[in-house]
Structures are given as structure tokens and as C-alpha cells.
Design a protein around this ligand. Structure first.
Ligand code: OFO
Length: 173
């Protein structure tokens, strides 16, 4: 059993996670268009992680006997002025997603819904990693001080990001 308000809030949040997936796929294509294949790799793997978050919430709704309601996803931007601005947007977006998770925690606690609070506890920790991971990239770009070839060097680091787990087949990882 899941409180209707909690189920509705989780379904709304699935839409946020789907938008994150979409946004990072768009940024991957922007990177590819600029010849930044490391950025493309980093963003595609970030998108894959977002799909993992979607699947985690969907599995939970299934387990609790609540209906999954997939909603429309708005189109993300197609391009950014610079790769640096794209990564800064990722950071801002992750701070926003953290606030969404915190709101879900507040709702779960107000409903004394300990099972959802337990699920969300994983996401609270995950968001710390999400923010820190992209902040590391923004810091790295800033360290280049816009030097010629700076983004080329950063791109090589981005290419080294380990592949994300396949969200639909996590046991295969
Ligand atoms: Fe799902 O954490 Fe990013 O958005």
C-alpha cells in the first residue's frame, strides 16, 4: 500500500528524472557536434544513470502496488553557448533535483511512510554524488582558465568516466 499523495509525487518525480535523461542526451549530442567525444561519453553515461533512477522509482511503485503514470517530457535545449555553460547547467539542474528529492523526503516523513523514506535515503546519498561529480568537471574546466586546448584536455578526462550500469539489466554489470 502506498498513500495516493506519495504515489502521485513519485510519478511527478519520475517525469523530472526523465527530463534529466533527455537533457543529458541533448548535451551528449551537442558535445558530439563540437567534436568533444569525451563529453558525449560523459553525458551519455550520465543519461544512463538517470534512466537507472527512473527504473528504481518505477520498480518501487510496482512493488507497492501503485500505478506508474508516465507523463510528457518537454524538449531540452539543442545547444549551449559553450561546453562550460552546459556543465554549469548540469550542476544547477542537479541542485534542483536534490531539492525535489528533499521535498519527497519531507512528504514521506509527514505521512510516516518509512518504506518510501528508506527508498529516498538512497537518493539523498546519490544526489551528493551527482552534485560532486559534475562540480568536479566544472572545476576542471575553470582550472584551464580558457587556455587554448584546455577543453581538449578536459575532454580526454571525460572520456575516462566508467560506463554506467545498464538500468534494465543491472545484474549483467
Ligand atoms: Fe537523477 O539525479 Fe541527476 O537528475
Amino acid at each position: 500500500m502506498l498513500d495516493k499523495k506519495m504515489a502521485a509525487a513519485i510519478n511527478n518525480h519520475i517525469q523530472e528524472e526523465m527530463y534529466s535523461f533527455y537533457l543529458y542526451l541533448a548535451m551528449a549530442e551537442y558535445g558530439a557536434d563540437k567534436g568533444l567525444m569525451g563529453m558525449r561519453h560523459w553525458m551519455r553515461n550520465q543519461a544512463m544513470e538517470e534512466m537507472g533512477h527512473v527504473v528504481r522509482f518505477m520498480n518501487y511503485l510496482e512493488e507497492k502496488g501503485a500505478a506508474v503514470e508516465l507523463k510528457a517530457i518537454k524538449a531540452p535545449p539543442k545547444s549551449w553557448k559553450t561546453p562550460q555553460l552546459a556543465f554549469e547547467e548540469v550542476y544547477k539542474h542537479e541542485v534542483y533535483i536534490t531539492s525535489c528529492i528533499n521535498n519527497l523526503v519531507d512528504l514521506a516523513l509527514s505521512l510516516k511512510d518509512h518504506s518510501t523514506a528508506n527508498l529516498l535515503n538512497w537518493f539523498v546519498g546519490e544526489q551528493v554524488e551527482e552534485e560532486a561529480g559534475v562540480k568536479g568537471v566544472v572545476d576542471m574546466i575553470n582550472l584551464t582558465g580558457n587556455a587554448p586546448g584546455g577543453m581538449f584536455m578536459v575532454d580526454r578526462e571525460l572520456a575516462a568516466r566508467p560506463a554506467a550500469v545498464d538500468p534494465l539489466n543491472p545484474a549483467a554489470a
